[in-house]
Design a protein around this ligand. Sequence first.
Ligand code: ADP
Length: 190
Amino acid sequence: MLNIILFGAPGCGKGTQAARLAEHYDLYHISTGEVIRSEIARGTELGRSMEGYISRGELAPDSIVVEMVRDYMRTHADKGCIFDGFPRTTAQAEIFDKMLAEINSEVDAMIFMDVPEEELVKRILLRGKDSGRKDDASEDVIRNRIEVYRQQTAIVADHYTKQGKYSEINGLGTMDEVFERLCNVIDQKR
Ligand code: ADP
């Protein structure tokens, strides 16, 4: 059982690498952003309640996101998981640790993917051309997401540093190069 948090600013490549790592290590992959977008696409009440936050580039409320993950873990606790975009606040991390402890599990590693801001904006604008994600189309919304990351999310690194679970890799380079760096960290944890 291996629970890995992929961590970093919007556009750092978490989603792409998480999918690849999940396949390589036979783990589940949960992206809370994807779960929220699918709720919105299905027009559920939950989705409607989160639409405003996403379109402004703000975080959805901790209570809602945590319950989404709790729900997911009910059916996906038989093997480990790559967490992509979660936890994004210290409050989420604290509840998450308890949630895993209740099922005799824990976070094994948080890996930070380091990418400079200008590269992040460039990548997201490019992605927005194909993804159709509204929050990827406006430079103002993108910059706001990066600011929210700095103010509310970056600090979650301290939470896992204190537990001795934090590592960093360089997120620049080809997808294969970044994948290999991530695998090197994960292989040390197994
Ligand atoms: P990105 O990493 O490019 O911002 P995501 O798909 O991870 O893309 O997230 C998109 C949006 O979904 C975020 O801007 C935020 O509004 C919401 N979101 C995703 N995960 C969380 C979370 N753990 N807590 C709060 N909001 C979240």
